[in-house]
Design a protein around this ligand. Structure first.
Ligand code: NAP
Length: 242
């Protein structure tokens, strides 16, 4: 059975990605950190629409915990194979660099950048054996342009963009593609505190994006038709070019 693992599938963009991939026939592994209630809602919506999946809780910023959880799942499910990995989970913790605490830098880098390495390394094994896979990393406009107040987040997302391009070249011959999607402002909990009225005047489309608009692009990169596209970064930002 072909599976898709989506980190941070309990809410926001990750939930929309889970629903979209389930509609495409994937058995979806819904990862989340602590919000079991919201993760269960994602699963319930998948099942309501006729899809299948399960919850897989682990903290992507804890390399030992994620390795254990993923390896345990892989061992217990020899009939299932993770064909699509969406590294979506992320956090931001904004502050001007001069006032940024060590923990703000460390947590944002661990969650947004280090997790790419630790999660992908575990999942890649199976993809290499089967000579097929799709890895999709959710980055950000902030990682392309850099945003004041987000040196930690911009650095982490820019790091994932570099890693996307490097890994794409390492494993292209094995039938595995690695791409990144860079959303601008998308309506989720992460953007809740922002002044939408003012910010949308900067966006040519004059609105924030919807999580489903990111999920649609994930579905394309995850499809067999996208086999010749790798190492790319696609912006999804309503024309808010850098
Ligand atoms: P969100 O609504 O805040 O949801 C974050 C998700 O990540 C939740 O499912 C959360 O799980 C999970 N998560 C956070 N830390 C985790 C950890 N340590 N281990 C496991 N799961 C963890 O965020 P979003 O707006 O959907 O963002 C999704 C991705 O898009 C992020 O990488 C973000 O940086 C990127 N992005 C978002 C925007 C935007 O405008 N929204 C723009 C550019 C890029 P719990 O529910 O358990 O907390």
């Amino acid at each position: 059975m072909k599976c898709a693992l989506v980190t941070g599938g309990s809410r926001g963009i990750g939930r929309a990605i889970c629903l979209k991939l389930a509609a495409q026939g994937y058995y979806v592994l819904i990862n989340y950190r602590s919000n079991t209630e919201e993760a269960s809602k994602t699963l319930a919506q998948i099942v309501e629409n006729g899809g299948t999946g399960e919850l897989l809780q682990f903290d992507i910023s804890d390399k030992e915990a994620l390795k254990q959880a993923l390896e345990r799942w892989i061992e217990a499910n020899p009939d299932k194979y993770i064909e699509v990995l969406v590294n979506n989970a992320g956090i931001r913790d904004d502050s001007l660099l001069a006032w940024m605490a060590d923990e703000q830098w460390d947590n944002v880098l661990k969650t947004n950048l280090d997790s790419f390495f630790y999660v992908t390394r575990v999942v890649l094994n199976g993809m290499m054996t089967r000579k097929y896979g799709r890895i999709i990393n959710i980055v950000s406009l902030s990682g392309i342009k850099g945003l004041a107040g987000q040196t930690n987040y911009s650095a982490a997302k820019a790091g994932v963009i570099g890693a996307t391009k490097a890994l794409a070249q390492e494993i292209a011959r094995q039938g595995i593609t690695v791409n990144a999607l860079a959303p601008g402002f998308i309506k989720t909990d992460m953007t809740e505190g922002l002044d939408e009225k003012e910010l949308k005047m900067l966006i040519p489309a004059r609105r924030f994006g919807q999580p489903g608009e990111v999920a649609a692009a994930v579905a394309f990169f995850a499809s067999p038709e996208a086999a010749y596209i790798t190492g790319q970064v696609l912006s999804i930002n309503g024309g808010l070019y850098t």
